[in-house]
Every structure is written in C-alpha cells, then in structure tokens.
Design a protein around this ligand. Structure first.
Ligand SMILES: Nc1ncnc2c1ncn2[C@@H]1O[C@H](COP(=O)(O)OP(=O)(O)O)[C@@H](O)[C@H]1O
Ligand SMILES: [Mg+2]
Length: 352
C-alpha cells in the first residue's frame, strides 16, 4: 500500500490560532506513520501559508513561525491536474501533491467554510464538514433555526447587527435574565458574557462586537452542558456523551483550556436512557446541518431532563485529552484509530 500524504493545516487568521497549534501538534504526532505522511502547513496570524519541516513540539510552543530554515512559502493549487500545493521559491512554483487536507483550524477563516471552499474547488479530499455545514455551524442563529425546524428545542434568542445595537433593550423585552450575549460567529467563548441585569447589556454587546459584526443574545438554559462526538458521513459512529461541570460562571476560555473551575465528566453522570436520547438528538442535529466527517454536538440538559441544542463545533479541540477523542475512546476507538477513520472517510469522499 502506498502511503497517503495528508496536509495538516494549523494556525490561521483567527482568535483561536493558539488553540489550533495544540490540536495540530497532537494530530501530527498521533497520525499512523505506517499509512500516512503528514505534511504540516502553517498559516501565520497574518495569513501567510508555509510548509513547515520542523517538529510538532515547535508548533505546540507557538515557535514554528520563527524557524526560518524550516519554512517554505506555499499556496493551494487550484488546478486539478496538480492536486495539492505549490511551493513558491526561485521565481515560482514546484508542485507539492497531497492526497487529503485536514484543516486543524478553529474559528473564523478555517472552521467556517472558507478553507473548505478552497479545497472543494481545488478537488482536494477534505477531512470534516464541507462549505455549507461549516458555515452554518459557525453561525449560531442560522444553526439554531435549522435545528429547531428538525424538532429539537433551542434557547429563546434574538440576533441583530451592529447597526441595531441600540434596539437591543426593545428586542429583549420579556426575556428572562440571566442572558448570554455572544458574537454570532466565534468560538472558545471569546466575546461571550453572562449578563444578570439590564445594565450589563451594553458593555456585553460591545464586547461581542469586538469579535463579529452581529450579536446573538440567548436566555440561560438551566442545568449543564453535554457533548456528543459524531463521526462519519454515510455511516455514523457516535461516541459516549460527556458532561461539563462548571462551578461558578460559565464554560469560558480559562475553564476550557486551563481547567479552571470546571471539570469534564466522561461519560456523563446520567441514565443510560437519557444518554441514548442525547446521542439520538446529536445525530438528528448532525444530519439537519448537513455535517460530514466529524463534529462535536453540544447541548444542554435541564433539571427536568429536557435536551436543548447549544452549538455544533465542526473542528472541535483535538488534543489527546480533548473532549472529542475522549468520547470516542469511550466506544473503544483510540486517538490513532479516530484519525485513521477521519482520513479514510475524506479519501473515500472523492468517489462519493
Ligand atoms: N443559553 C445558554 N444557557 C446556559 N449557558 C450557556 C448558554 N449559552 C452559552 N452558555 C455557556 O457559555 C459557554 C460558551 O458558549 P457557546 O455558545 O458554546 O460558545 P463557543 O462557541 O465560544 O463555545 C457554554 O459552554 C456554556 O457554558
Ligand atoms: Mg461551545
């Protein structure tokens, strides 16, 4: 069997650049080298693309971009007769063929359909969701509308553009505090504020607008957040359900990545019947949004046992101790096997 070259994209022009570096280093280290040749391709915060020949450790340490000797400028070849990248040196271009691309990019300009569109246009097999599902899952309002249409409950919410920010108090007439004020399209809890009284609204909206041109405001759902890993395109593999326990406040950046005041229980401390219902709901949401490859579906479980949709992360955190791989470990799949399945699914997608 000839080994397949898999480009692993990391970094990116996103507030979640740093989170991507940690995920990508783990993906590079855990990919089965008997089957695959990983090709690290880094995107700087300024948006320049480089093939990177240094070790994964330097990516994790956010030091890769200063290793000048290890960097070769590259761009994606949009010509399908040269599927892959073009190295840009000595005047112009040397083809750098790849069999698949795994964008390990979180948030804007990576998880939102933009990179996916480039790869689809270039005819390069892509790990994970395509353009439409990526874009929809990035937009918390439009994702909620489709999921509600599929028969799953969503929080009461309003969404408005920057120009309408003064209308927020009127739009929120009758809403019960606490409220969550969020940038419409962001991640890692950036720009999100839990607001407990009307006077907190304005600064929270301004905070969200630092990340996006539109804001969505939701009523708080009591209970706790649960997640479910879904993997596959035609035939799905569904992981165990996990539970996020947050003591005070909400699941913010520090809680997510530094473990502050929070704990993830895998599996969730719920009944087998409730877990089954959550897994079925996760699949319904995955299908409603047209997901492919993989995604982590996040929901809330209320004290009365109601399941309410929160969001879908189409490129969830991907270190060995991240939630997505751990939920699949719960159904007997190692990190390496998960990666193998994701890449195989992308390669098969070529014939789909
Ligand atoms: N409607 C809500 N009710 C209760 N908690 C919420 C609600 N919306 C968000 N949260 C809390 O805020 C966190 C981040 O919100 P989320 O919409 O998941 O944004 P991100 O895309 O940044 O992860 C959630 O993990 C949860 O702890
Ligand atoms: Mg979230």
């Amino acid at each position: 069997m000839t080994k397949k070259t898999v480009a692993v994209l990391f970094g990116g022009v996103s507030p979640e650049h740093g989170v991507s570096l940690e995920s990508a280093a783990a993906v590079l280290e855990n990919m089965d080298k008997d089957k695959y040749i990983p090709l690290p391709v880094g995107i700087t915060r300024a948006g320049d693309w480089y093939r990177y020949d240094g070790p994964a450790e330097r990516i994790r340490a956010d030091a890769w971009a200063s290793d000048r000797d290890e960097l070769t400028p590259v761009t994606v070849s949009l010509s399908r007769s040269e599927r892959g990248f073009l190295e840009l040196r000595g005047g112009c271009c040397t083809p750098l063929p790849v069999d698949a691309v795994f964008p390990v990019l979180h948030g804007r300009n990576g998880e939102d359909g933009t990179v996916q569109g480039v790869m689809e246009l270039a005819g390069i097999p892509l790990v994970g969701c395509g353009v439409l599902a990526s874009a929809l899952c990035m937009d918390k309002d439009r994702a909620h509308r489709l999921v509600r249409e599929a028969g799953v409950a969503v929080p009461r919410a309003v969404t408005f553009d920057k120009a309408d920010r003064d209308k927020a108090p009127a739009l929120l007439e009758g809403f019960a505090y606490p409220l969550y004020v969020k940038p419409l399209r962001a991640g890692s809890s950036f720009g999100i504020t839990r607001v407990t009284a009307p006077e907190g609204l304005r600064p929270a909206i301004d905070g969200a607008l630092a990340y996006d041109t539109a804001v969505t405001v939701e009523e708080e759902i009591p209970g706790f957040e649960v997640g479910c890993a879904v993997m596959g395109t035609d035939k799905l593999t569904v992981g165990r359900v996990d539970e996020v326990e947050v003591s005070g406040g909400f699941f913010g950046f520090e809680e997510k990545y530094r473990g502050r005041d929070s704990q993830v229980h895998m599996p969730a401390r719920i009944s087998p019947e409730k877990e089954r219902e959550i897994r079925d709901t996760a699949v319904k949401i995955y299908r409603a949004l047209g997901c492919a490859g993989f995604a982590r579906v996040d929901m809330f479980l209320t004290p009365e046992g109601r399941i309410v949709f929160n969001e879908v992360n189409t490129i969830p955190g991907f270190t060995a101790h991240s939630r997505f791989p751990r939920m699949l470990e719960g159904v007997g799949l190692s990190f390496r096997e998960v990666l193998d399945r994701l890449i195989t699914d992308a390669l098969e997608g070529k014939d789909r």
